[in-house]
Design a protein around this ligand. Structure first.
Ligand code: NAP
Length: 247
């Protein structure tokens, strides 16, 4: 497929690597220009582009940036053809992101993103930590493969996103429409806990909406205390803490 990725940070660069390695035609953009895109993002064949070029004539556009970047790309995404599958991987962290009063618990983050861009979106890859994403992908069928929930209001969006999740080394799990996508947000039992396909259904069902924001904010404090504001904990530490707090 022809894929444009907006964002080449921790997640975007590995999406670019994995999807290009899987044989997709990938363009990647950041906020500053093609010449500043890390070489690591391009090593498997993805091409550096401006944001405008990255989403021109594509089948899929992936938003791999925090919410503050959305305003700048709003016209680009709103102007894409209805056929393009737009996949948002973002999570909302007040403290890191400006407080968004619309995300006070009544609207799922991806419902807000859908309404912000005024077009259908799917949500995928938001629930895996970056170190697990980089290091724990496995071939389809391998026992213990990690599963990732995929939400979206159009079944084709979910199908395409699940196929791409598979191409990045993880099992896609159809988590239904965006109205239910709060179940895969930070603080939920499936968030950065590295569950398998067999574990995913019951974990999504056990999410308790009113507890998510508290658990999300608590986890940010715990990670900051354990490893500092800027350091990255190893994958096992992330999973151990997340399972203790969220499950
Ligand atoms: N890190 C994780 O473990 C993880 C896991 C799952 C999901 N997520 C979510 O995924 C999103 C990205 O996370 P990340 O850790 O990869 O972030 P990051 O390392 O901060 O990278 C963000 C990327 O977005 C780019 N960007 C920002 N505004 C842009 C714009 N208007 N046009 C094009 N590119 C733009 C930045 O460009 P520059 O390079 O030019 O600054 C940067 O490349 C966040 O919402 C995060 O919550 C993160």
């Amino acid at each position: 497929m022809k894929i444009g990725i907006l964002g080449t940070g921790f997640m975007g660069k590995h999406l670019a690597r994995k999807l290009a390695a899987a044989g997709h035609d990938v363009k990647a953009a950041n906020s500053r220009g093609p010449e500043t895109i890390p070489a690591e993002a391009l090593e498997m064949g993805a091409r550096a582009a401006t944001a405008e070029d990255a989403v021109r004539d594509v089948d899929v556009a992936i938003l791999a940036m925090p919410h503050p970047g959305f305003e700048k790309i709003r016209p680009l995404i709103a102007g894409l053809s209805e056929d393009v599958v737009v996949i948002d991987i973002s999570n909302y962290f007040p403290g890191r992101d400006p407080v968004n009063p619309e995300l006070d618990g009544t609207k799922a983050e991806s419902e807000w993103a859908r309404d912000f861009f005024g077009r259908p979106i799917a949500k995928a890859w938001n629930s895996i930590g970056m170190v697990s994403f980089e290091t724990k992908g496995r071939p389809n069928g391998e026992p213990g493969r990690i599963a990732l929930p995929v939400s979206g209001d159009r079944s084709r969006d979910r199908e395409v996103a699940m196929a791409l999740v598979d191409d990045t080394g993880f099992d896609g799990f159809d988590a239904g429409t965006l109205a239910d996508s709060w179940r895969q947000q930070p603080g939920s039992p499936v968030y950065i806990t590295d569950l398998t396909l067999e574990e995913m259904g019951s974990a999504l069902a056990s999410a308790e909406r009113e507890r998510l924001p508290k658990r999300r904010d608590l986890s940010a404090q715990v990670f900051a205390e354990r490893v500092g504001e800027r350091a990255s904990p190893d994958a096992e530490t992330v999973v151990r803490i997340a399972r203790a707090l969220f499950m």
